[in-house]
Each structure stands twice: as structure tokens, then as C-alpha cells.
Design a binder for this molecule. Structure first.
Ligand code: HDD
Length: 700
């Protein structure tokens, strides 16, 4: 009965055989340990339930089956109520210079010190299984395991938020998620409830501009910024406080996709963002962000046009420059997604001594919410005992017992004060070292009231809009038009238009035109917007793109009969530029080159559409191009790349395919046909230099 298997790696170390019923059985041996129950009882048979006779009823005493099924039945924990879909990675934070003048936080006391870090990126609205390229805000939650406790910066890739007061968070999220009666649409705000709520909440207009911009469809987690959003405090050893805003700046530069690509990527690879992170880290191309601080004091806060406690406002970098203080490197994937990424628990109130809160009413509400949600989701106050959540510095308290307690105090004392001594006495408070809240003076009547200083909802929305390039402004207009086209109630669409007239009249007019609607009256403004806010170039993605093509992907479509040397030369040039190459061929077995060699393919034409790549090349033989020109997937591969304004390289034999795909005969400056572009640049190196711009936006 025993048959040797030819399966790879671990399987080959042991004998597999077929059981009496024909089932595959793999037994312990070599590196494969003996399977046990959770109680450690060795298991002899993991294929068959215990039954009375081979065809008889199952027996209740089958403790292995009972335990296995019991555990499986309880595998899921509640998904996060927001940010359910996420992807995490480990790394470290490195302090560039001590910041002792600014803060006593231990992490900023020593130059070059490395602090372990864990980061979880996420989308907000969709369920755990939703697609990565939803138009949505991205979560950017960082846990820094400092020597004085865990510091969580629970931020987003957008520096402002939809609402000003945490009281409105449940309403915002209810409105954004699927509608409760029909349970759709999933992972998108393109529906009546969201726009109804948003248009009735003018404070959301600034964030709506960001959400309709390409910030909400990032090319990858690696190419987006992160923001702490709120104003925090940093307090130094003398007790002096400064206000601070946190920024994470990707060293890779900013990059997004277009909406048409996002829609297609969601079909072609719904895991596009997590796969990108996995591939980059596994291949040693570690993503990096620099931590930047905007530091300011009460005087600046008093002179600023907006309230620094209002999370719907940002402070332009041109006004308060971002000071770079360290870097975050992600260099290790998790060992187990559930144990780490799923069970990691962030909390805005996790701050070490030297960092403190402000009275931002959104932050104050968050500080209440996160602990509560972790208890519900992770099921026990002992979630801090899980390795991903536990501090990496010594920690001691008299907290005890509860579900799944794993750190159990030793000794007699479980209270203080106590009169025991030595180890038995347990920990004590430490006034010199312990966390002390900044003694901000507050004296005011108890009210439910929004400060008048929060009332200007349009000025910064306008500033964001005028800071964008024309291309980006068009994308914003198109995104509004798309989302509102899915809104069934004309009055809601109209209400959005009434607000946008405060942002930009041209935007409102061209959107009304795109929707085929009359422009309604302007909304009444709670406070007249300011005129004359200067554009802030830092707010544009296209003005902050990468300096090279490094970390990007060149997709090369090949056919049989292609010149292998030509493929090799382009591949080498791309790799020299720090990019990766994915070869796409009509068959996954690869393409048969002119010299008879096989060019291995990583994707098949319809499985690896051009939307998955940052730039593309088409290298074929004449015969191969004729064949590809008959294939719909090959034609859309080329036509999409062109329409998405990608840089494109094609050899001379590929022309029939390009023409079948509707591309012009005369190349523009983004098309390198037979090695030369429309503006005369030539050769693979010139092509890859051009690719650093990522898109040829001037293509009409
Ligand atoms: Fe939140 C999760 C970011 C407002 C309540 N939030 C969550 C996560 C991120 C953010 C990145 C995912 C953490 C992870 O990966 O596990 N949230 C933000 C930002 C906000 C914000 C940047 C505005 C500036 N959030 C906000 C408010 C509340 C919450 C106003 C409630 C008062 N957020 C939660 C939560 C979540 C959460 C319900 C769900 C899962 C979790 O906390 O751990 O408590």
C-alpha cells in the first residue's frame, strides 16, 4: 500500500501512503512532528472519524474529532467595526537625533536608536474580504514598542477627518458602510446614505475633497503618506509643552492609480496592496517612511486661521515646515496573519511619557472608544498579553486573572500599599519617571456645544483643490461625478453641488454639467470662507512623486518568436533602475523565443492585465504580434496601458498589435516605438529614466 511521493520539500522527507478508503495519508517522520490534540495526546488518524464499523454511525467518544471541530467552529473573532481589512508588517523606527528640548519620550533620547515597530494598513469601510482598491481612506496604524511602553500612532493616509466630534462617528460609519436593509454596496461610499449624511454635514467637505482625490486609490501602501491627524502635545523634562502634528513621508514617493485602473485591479487582483507589500518585503525591497513633526506653540495656534483642535483642518507645511526626526523601515512579514495582524490592538491613548493629548473632541472620543472595541473584539482584558500587543520593555502591575491570563503575578501581594518586602512586594508608582499629564488649565461651564472656531468648513477644501495639478483636479471632478451618479436621490446630489460652489465655482459647474443637472443655490455657510489662502504644493500627489522608477514594476508582454536578447536587455535595464519585471505571455509555460529558448512567464495575458504594472513593454515577433492582435486580452492590455497614460516601450514587430489596439502610429513622448520616443529619447535606459515620472499625463 505504501507509495513514495515525489512532492516537493517537506513532503519528500516522509512517506505518504493511501489509506484503506483511498485517502492520502502523510505520517510523521523526518522534520514532521507527531500531530497531537490541544491536550498533547498523539493522534493516530486525522482522516476518519471514529465510527462503529466502516459504514456505521460516528461515536461520541471521538475526542480528537470533537476538539478539532469545536476549535474550528470558534475560529473567527468579530472583525473590526471599521478598518476590518488590513495588512501588517514588522520593522523598526530609527531616531535620527535626540529631541530632548522637545520631549522626554524615551524613544527620542538617543541618536541612532532602533525601536521595534509594527504597522497595520487598512481600508475603512469594507469588510475583511473586500477588495484592496476600494475608493476609501487608508488606515496607517503604527505601534512603537518603546522602552517606556507602547506608543500607538493610529493615523490615516489623509491628514484631516470627516467629522469634528466623536459623537458623530457611529453615524458617519453607519452611513458609509453598506445600507442596512439591502447590505450593499460593499466597501464604497457611492450610495445615497453616505452622500446624504456627508451633504448634511458641511464639516465633511474638506475630507470629501481628499476622498474624491487619487489619495483614496493609492498604488500601494508603500507609496502613501501617513498622518496622526490630530494635534498632539510633546512635553520635555522641564514640563514645557509644544503642539505637534505627526507625518509619515514615504521615501518611495507618492503614487496612486486612476479610477479605471482601480476598478479593473479589484477584479484582476483584489489583494493587490497586500501582495505588493508581501512581494516587496520578501524580496528585500524594504519600504521606508520618515517621521516628520510639525511643531508649534500657543502663539502660532492663536494666530492660525483655524482651530488646531479641529480635525477637519490641517496646517500647511509651507506655514509650519515638517521637521524630519527619524525613519520607519518595514522589513519582516508576520509569521501568522491572525496572531499578529488580526489580533493587534491599537489605541490612541497608548502614549509614553513625553507625549500627551490635546482637547480635540475627536481625539478625546477616540481615547474612549479603542479600549472598548478591543475588549469586544479580542474577548478579554488580557489582550495585552498577546505577543503582538505586549510591551517589549519590562512591565508590572497588579492586574490579574480574567479570560486567558498568560502573565500571572507571582508572590503574595496583589494590592498596594502593602507591607511586604523584596520581590513579594510587587511594583510601586514612580513619580519621577511615571507618565504625568500636562497640567493644562481648563475652566469653563459644562456644555454640549461646537466651538465657533470650528465653523469655517470650506476654506481649506478650496486650498486643497487649488493645490492640485490640472490632471488631479480632473480626477476629483470625475470621482464626484462617478459617486454621485450612483446616488439615486437627485436632492442629495444637488445638496453636494450646493456645497462645492464654496470650494470652486468651475468645479461645481463642470460637475453639474457632468451630472446633467442644474446648479442649485449655494449652501448657507456657517462662516464665510476665507479668500486668499495660498496653494500648498505638499498636498498634491503628482508634485511629490518618486525620483526614480525604483520599487515599481515593468510588465513585458511577449510572444513566441521574440528575440530573447531583446527581452533580456530591457529586463536588465529595469533591474538596474531598481524596478521589478513581470513577463506576461499568452501561455503560463512561457514564450518560445526565436533561438528556441523558453522565456519564463509569471502571468498569462488575461491573468496579468497591464493595470497591474507601472509601465509596460511589448516585445513580439511579427507572427506573434499578428496572433496577439486577434486576442481581446492582448488588445486591452495595450489599449489600457495607453489610456492609463503609462510609459510604453514596443519593438518594431509589435506594431500590428499596437494598431489593432487603436494606438496612434506617431509616438508621443511617453511611447518608445522601436526604441525611440516621440521626443527623440532612445534606448532602454532613457525609457526607464522617463518611467520615473510614472505616467505621461500630457497624453491626450
Ligand atoms: Fe478609528 C480603528 C484611524 C477616528 C474608533 N481607526 C482604526 C484604525 C485606524 C483608525 C488606522 C485601525 C487600527 C488597526 O489597524 O487595527 N480613526 C482613525 C483616524 C481617525 C479615527 C485617523 C480620525 C482622526 N476612530 C475614530 C473615531 C472613533 C474611532 C472618532 C470613535 C470615537 N477606530 C475606532 C474603533 C476601531 C478604529 C472602532 C475599530 C477597530 C479598532 O478600533 O481597533 O475603535
Amino acid at each position: 500500500m505504501a507509495k513514495l511521493t515525489s512532492k516537493t520539500d517537506t513532503a519528500s522527507q516522509t512517506e505518504d501512503f493511501t489509506g484503506t478508503g483511498g485517502e492520502t495519508r502523510q505520517v510523521a517522520g523526518g522534520d514532521r512532528p507527531t500531530m497531537t490534540t490541544a491536550q498533547g495526546i498523539p493522534v493516530s488518524d486525522d482522516q476518519n472519524t471514529l465510527r462503529q464499523g466502516a459504514r456505521g454511525p460516528a461515536l461520541m467518544e471521538d475526542f480528537h474529532f470533537r476538539e478539532k471541530m469545536f476549535h474550528f467552529d470558534h475560529e473567527r473573532i468579530p472583525e473590526r467595526v471599521v478598518h476590518a481589512r488590513g495588512y501588517g508588517a514588522h520593522g523598526f523606527f530609527e531616531t535620527y537625533e535626540p529631541l530632548t528640548d522637545l520631549t522626554s519620550a524615551d524613544i527620542f533620547q538617543r541618536k541612532g536608536e532602533r525601536t521595534p515597530a509594527f504597522v497595520r494598513f487598512s481600508t475603512v469601510a469594507g469588510n475583511k474580504g473586500s477588495a484592496d482598491l476600494a475608493r476609501d481612506v487608508r488606515g496607517f496604524a503604527v505601534k512603537l514598542y518603546t522602552q517606556e511602553g507602547n506608543w500607538d500612532i493610529v493615523g490615516n493616509n489623509i491628514p484631516v477627518f470627516f467629522i469634528q466630534d466623536a459623537m458623530k462617528f457611529p453615524d458617519l460609519i453607519h452611513a458609509a458602510k453598506e445600507e442596512p436593509d439591502r447590505a450593499f454596496p460593499q466597501a464604497q461610499t457611492a450610495h445615497d446614505n453616505f452622500w446624504d449624511f456627508a451633504s448634511l454635514s458641511p464639516e465633511s467637505v474638506h475630507m470629501l475633497m481628499w476622498a474624491m482625490s487619487d489619495r483614496a486609490i493609492p498604488r500601494s501602501f508603500r507609496f502613501m503618506e501617513g498622518f496622526g491627524v490630530h494635534t498632539f502635545r510633546m512635553v520635555n523634562a522641564e514640563g514645557k509643552s509644544h503642539f505637534v502634528k505627526f507625518h509619515w513621508k514615504p521615501k518611495q514617493g507618492l503614487q496612486s492609480v486612476t479610477w479605471d485602473e482601480a476598478v479593473k485591479i479589484n477584479g484582476a487582483d483584489p489583494d493587490f496592496h497586500r501582495r505588493d507589500m508581501w512581494n516587496a518585503i520578501q524580496s528585500g525591497d524594504y519600504p521606508e517612511w520618515e517621521l516628520g513633526l510639525q511643531v508649534f506653540d500657543e502663539d502660532f495656534a492663536d494666530s492660525f486661521d483655524f482651530d488646531i483642535l479641529d480635525a477637519t483642518k490641517l496646517i500647511p507645511e509651507e506655514l509650519v515646515p515638517v521637521q524630519i526626526v527619524g525613519r520607519l523601515v518595514l522589513n519582516r512579514m508576520v509569521d501568522n496573519f491572525f496572531a499578529e495582524t488580526e489580533q493587534v490592538a491599537f489605541h490612541t491613548a497608548n502614549v509614553p511619557p513625553g507625549v500627551d493629548f490635546t482637547d480635540d473632541p475627536l481625539l478625546q472620543g477616540r481615547n474612549f472608544s479603542y479600549l472598548d472595541t478591543q475588549l469586544k473584539r479580542l474577548g478579554s482584558p488580557n489582550f495585552t498579553h498577546l505577543p503582538i500587543n505586549a510591551p517589549k520593555c519590562p512591565f508590572h502591575s497588579f492586574q490579574q486573572d480574567g479570560h486567558m491570563a498568560m502573565h500571572n503575578p507571582k508572590g503574595r501581594a496583589n494590592y498596594e500599599p502593602n507591607s511586604w518586602s523584596g520581590e513579594a512586594a510587587g511594583p510601586r508608582e514612580n513619580p519621577a519617571k511615571g507618565f504625568t499629564s500636562y497640567p493644562e488649565e481648563v475652566s469653563a461651564p459644562k456644555v454640549r456645544e461646537r466651538s465657533e472656531t470650528f465653523a469655517d468648513h470650506y476654506s481649506q477644501a478650496r486650498q486643497f483643490y487649488i493645490s492640485q495639478t490640472e490632471t488631479e483636479q480632473t480626477h476629483i471632478r470625475d470621482a464626484f461625478a462617478f459617486e454621485l451618479s450612483k446616488v439615486e436621490t437627485p436632492a442629495i446630489r444637488s445638496r453636494v453641488l450646493s456645497h462645492l460652489q464654496h470650494v470652486d465655482m468651475d468645479l461645481a459647474t463642470s460637475l453639474a454639467d457632468a451630472l446633467g443637472m442644474e446648479l442649485p443655490d449655494k449652501a448657507d455657510a456657517a462662516r464665510e470662507p476665507l479668500t486668499g489662502l495660498e496653494p500648498s504644493p505638499a498636498l498634491s500627489i503628482l508634485k511629490n512623486g518618486p525620483k526614480s522608477f525604483a520599487g515599481r514594476i515593468l510588465g513585458i508582454l511577449v510572444s513566441d518568436g521574440v528575440d530573447a536578447a531583446e527581452v533580456d536587455a530591457l529586463k536588465k535595464a529595469a533591474e538596474k533602475a531598481g524596478a521589478k519585471v513581470v513577463v506576461v505571455a499568452p501561455r503560463i509555460g512561457g514564450a518560445k523565443a526565436k533561438d528556441g529558448s523558453i522565456i519564463p512567464a509569471q502571468e498569462k495575458t488575461d491573468g496579468g492585465p497591464s493595470v497591474l504594472f507601472d509601465a509596460v513593454a511589448v516585445l513580439t515577433s511579427s507572427e506573434g504580434a499578428e496572433t496577439l492582435a486577434q486576442m481581446h486580452a492582448a488588445k486591452t492590455w495595450v489599449a489600457d496601458a495607453f489610456a492609463h497614460k503609462k510609459f510604453l516601450w514596443a519593438n518594431a514587430p509589435a506594431m500590428p498589435l499596437l494598431q489593432a489596439a487603436g494606438l496612434p502610429k506617431d509616438p508621443d513622448a511617453g511611447m518608445f516605438l522601436d526604441g525611440t520616443s516621440g521626443d527623440g529619447a532612445s534606448g532602454p535606459d532613457a525609457f526607464l529614466r522617463a518611467c520615473a515620472a510614472l505616467r505621461f499625463w500630457d497624453r491626450s
